[in-house]
Design a protein around this ligand. Sequence first.
Ligand SMILES: NC(=O)c1ccc[n+]([C@@H]2O[C@H](COP(=O)([O-])OP(=O)(O)OC[C@H]3O[C@@H](n4cnc5c(N)ncnc54)[C@H](OP(=O)(O)O)[C@@H]3O)[C@@H](O)[C@H]2O)c1
Length: 266
Amino acid sequence: METAQQVFKKFGAIVLTGGSSGIGYALLTTLVSIEHNGPIFNLSRKKPDIKCEENRFFHYTCDLEVPLELDQALETLIPRLQASSGPVLLVNNSGFGAYGPYPEPDLETHLRMVDLNIRASLNLAGRLLPLFQNRGGAIVNIASTAAFQPTPQLSTYGASKAFLLHWSLSVAEDLKPYGVHVMAVCPGPTRTAFFKRAGFASPPTPPFLSQEPAAVIYAMAQGLKKKKTLVVCGFKNRCIVGLTSLLPKSLAARMAGYVLKKVREP
Ligand SMILES: NC(=O)c1ccc[n+]([C@@H]2O[C@H](COP(=O)([O-])OP(=O)(O)OC[C@H]3O[C@@H](n4cnc5c(N)ncnc54)[C@H](OP(=O)(O)O)[C@@H]3O)[C@@H](O)[C@H]2O)c1
């Protein structure tokens, strides 16, 4: 049985977004624990609090909601990436949600969410594509179990993750001839700072339905090893997703709206 470290070790270079917190931080912790491996590039607004071998970890302070900031970061990131060799792994992990009826808290937040959750992921994958086509590798997009049904009170968030899920599955087919593996990873509720930023007073799901970021990283590694295009993290999440996917979309929306609205009530 291969460990997550053994799976990630096969990549000559790794580009990650959102390594400063939660799922991204758990991934970064795993990556830096692999000794004498290729460079790791992180893009996020805050610098991750992490120790790594010298000249191996490169952080770019970058607000991915602003395309120009990504352009600026790529000016130095791409030449450094080109100096490495072997397959490349890109993990589009940065993302956020906003809880409340549309357009709460304000329209600008929803537009920025689309810019981060969707546009930045497509932009990064597109800009690095020549490297993937030359060297092979994998593009992992962190979607969510929220991608499988409409999510009133989290409308733009759920729809952005549904976009990412469908886009990943389509691009997985498009890039297969180049030997590039594309995979959507769908965590369920995970113990991170996500809910606080989204505006929840407390996580909306009971503790027994929540998972640790490390479980997401393990599922991601297993998916990479098995060349899966879709990974739903954890047995309970696979059951929930399986059941909600069977429902007519309008009924699923009403049910999700009922549950998510309840969380708002004191
Ligand atoms: N937690 C869950 O229950 C859950 C479930 C399913 C899917 N997900 C998805 O998992 C991914 C990671 O979220 P998480 O749970 O680990 O939440 P988190 O702890 O809040 O981490 C979010 C990460 O995204 C980065 N980020 C946010 N805005 C950014 C921006 N404008 N530019 C660049 N980076 C930005 C943050 O870095 P900076 O703040 O330093 O910029 C942070 O590292 C997200 O895509 C989320 O939608 C989470």
